[in-house]
Design a protein around this ligand. Structure first.
Ligand code: SF4
Length: 265
């Protein structure tokens, strides 16, 4: 069944999962530029970039294809300086705007009052509360008018993402989520970035394949999984910040009212 540009909104409440499954099958054989154009034709797309390798490749594809995609990033207030610098560098390189969403001050103040500024080291609950205030709440605002959420998720990033589809239905946010690089390898994307002179975070060359907030990211050791440096002090191998988990797991309230969490699950 061919997907039509107007069919995303119509599918957004009833047949979203079926729609996503069909779309994933249609995207699979397409080269990346064609995937980008097909996704952009479906409706209002918001791409959330963390300026990592995958996201930089997607930004380069948006620029190359002139796809109508809004690019946003979440500035948690705890990012590496290198990441902050790369935002402006990327905008200049491609002549594109990257909209920056920051956490509400009262959300962050509430977290600090409860746990302390670096209280995320003390418990999983506190860490999820910090991610909620600094990431999930801004994400909810960034996706407020989106019909389609585009991400740079890739199956090889972690066991947790091993089955990431090219398209899926995000029931908690009631929107279509597309991961056009889900089936790509790290090596393929590195080669593409090099060939296309895509600006990348210099931390990648220093042992950081996955880059999040500065206090919560370390370089990985040889042989470690790509995301081993994220929240390395926690024991749960499936750890995520909650952006890519269902609300029932992460405590996400992406479309709900702002809150300061004291419990993340
Ligand atoms: S990654 Fe760390 S600093 Fe960033 S929002 Fe989550 S807990 Fe807070």
């Amino acid at each position: 069944m061919p997907l039509q540009p107007s069919s995303t909104a119509a599918a957004s409440r009833s047949d979203g999962p079926e729609f996503a499954e069909i779309l994933a099958a249609q995207l699979a054989p397409l080269p990346l530029p064609e995937r980008m154009l097909k996704i952009a034709a479906l409706g209002q797309v918001v791409f959330t970039t963390s300026l990592g390798l995958e996201d930089q490749v997607l930004t380069s594809l948006i620029a190359a294809t002139h796809a109508d995609v809004r690019i946003v990033t979440l500035d948690t207030g705890r990012l590496f300086g290198e990441t902050e610098t790369l935002i402006g560098e990327t905008e200049r390189r491609y002549g594109l705007a990257i909209d920056v969403f920051k956490p509400w001050k009262d959300e962050v103040d509430g977290f600090i009052a409860l746990y302390g500024v670096n209280g995320f080291y003390d418990s999983v609950e506190a860490r999820h509360a910090c991610c909620h205030a600094r990431k999930l709440q801004p994400l909810g605002r960034a996706l407020a008018n989106a019909e389609i959420w585009m991400t740079g998720l890739r199956r090889g990033q972690s066991g947790n993402r091993a089955n990431a589809p090219l398209a899926e239905w995000d029931a908690d946010r009631s929107l279509l989520k597309v991961n056009p690089l889900a089936d790509q390898t790290l090596q393929t994307l590195q080669a593409r970035a090099k060939a296309d002179a895509v600006p990348v975070n210099p931390l990648h060359a220093k042992g950081f394949p996955s880059i999040g907030c500065e206090p919560c990211t370390r370089a990985i050791r040889p042989g470690e999984p790509e995301r081993a440096g994220r929240w390395w002090w926690e024991q749960d191998e499936r750890r995520e910040c909650g952006l890519h988990l269902s609300a029932s797991v992460s405590g996400s309230r992406a479309r709900g009212q702002p809150r300061v969490t004291t419990s993340a699950s």
